[in-house]
Write a protein that binds this ligand. Structure first.
Ligand SMILES: [Ca+2]
Length: 328
């Protein structure tokens, strides 16, 4: 199954970025021609080992203005995209968190990892595919300090390869698929994750380059965001999907029965039969509106993080990647 997801890599000079992992770590560009502007950037002694900021968003389809969705309000990610190499054919290896995330953090296919579900532990010598090195481990082994904030793997299934800090997930207890609430004393999870990432940047070991992975939990269900973002989307800019019923003759097994969504009280209250796959139009509207608001909430956090990165004078020596595990 191929599921499109957003993916791009930002580089401070805005140049085309086709570096290999080893070129980044080695801090040398011997294989590149001197006339290559990327070479001169990397050849600078002070920039011999650039930092890497790895931004990861959960269940995120490319609902971005920079991906052609003109109704979206995503100024911070769009600005990042404008300075980045944008990938228009990025596909998830599997449409659930664990195999998708393990695939791009180990560089191996789910079938190699022997992980296609949310339960299998990949380092398990019996059931898993092998004790492979992850991206953050590889950086650590090559002179970097690696750190994780928020959801990088799924339920800690990375195997403790870096010092990852999770944050409380207050909204997960919500009875509704929409959680609109944030105050100064009751912050949403992605706000707390961003707070943590900023504190870590401020207090990091400056003697080493860093690999910092920041995993945002939205726009995964339940859709959580401050109220002000919901007001950005209404009947004037939210349109329902053109095709909202399965094509005639489509095999049943290819359809998603949206089991997770059915667990929320307000969806249960609709009294839909288990074989009913089409939600009422008003619910579809609310879902799309809330999803868009949750994306804008993530965009807001990305903006906070990148602003602090700039204030700390790190932007010009940090490669920023932005990736999702799969769409929704
Ligand atoms: Ca996911």
């Amino acid at each position: 199954m191929n599921v499109a997801c957003s993916q791009f890599v930002a580089h401070p000079t805005g140049l085309s970025l086709t570096l290999t992992l080893n070129e980044i770590i080695a801090g040398q560009t011997a294989r590149r021609a001197e006339s290559d502007p990327m070479t001169s950037w990397l050849s600078s002694a002070s920039r011999s080992k650039p930092n890497v900021l790895f931004l990861l968003v959960d269940d995120f389809r490319p609902f971005l203005r920079s991906y052609g969705e003109s109704f979206m309000v995503t100024p911070n990610i769009d600005q990042l995209a404008s300075k980045s190499v944008r990938f228009d054919r990025a596909y998830a290896q599997q449409a659930v968190c664990v195999p998708s995330r393990l695939s791009f953090t180990t560089g191996r296919r789910p079938l190699t990892l022997k992980v296609l579900d949310l339960k299998t532990y990949w380092r398990d010598p019996v059931r898993g595919g092998g004790n492979f090195t992850t991206l953050s481990q590889y950086f650590q082994q090559n002179g970097y300090v690696s750190h994780g904030a928020g959801k990088i793997y799924h339920n800690g299934k990375g195997g403790g390869d870096h010092n990852s800090v999770e944050q409380q997930d207050r909204e997960k207890r919500s009875a509704s698929y929409i959680y609109v609430n944030e105050t100064a004393t009751e912050k949403l999870k992605d706000t707390l994750v961003t707070d943590h990432a900023i504190r870590w940047l401020e207090n990091r070991d400056t003697q080493k380059p860093f690999f910092l992975a920041v995993g945002f939990s939205k726009p995964h269900l339940p859709f959580a965001f401050p109220q002000k973002f919901l007001a950005l989307y209404d009947e004037t800019n939210i349109q329902l999907a053109k095709y909202r019923t399965p094509p005639a003759g489509l095999p049943r097994f290819v359809l998603n029965s949206w089991g997770e969504l059915r667990g929320y009280a307000d969806i249960k209250a609709l009294g839909l039969a288990s074989n009913e796959l089409v939600l009422p139009d008003d619910v579809q509207f609310k879902l799309k509106q809330a999803y868009a608001a949750a994306v804008t909430h993530v965009d807001d956090q990305v903006g906070r993080l990148l602003s602090r990165l700039s204030e700390l004078g790190l932007t010009n020596n940090t490669i920023i990647t932005f990736i999702s595990d799969h769409g929704l």
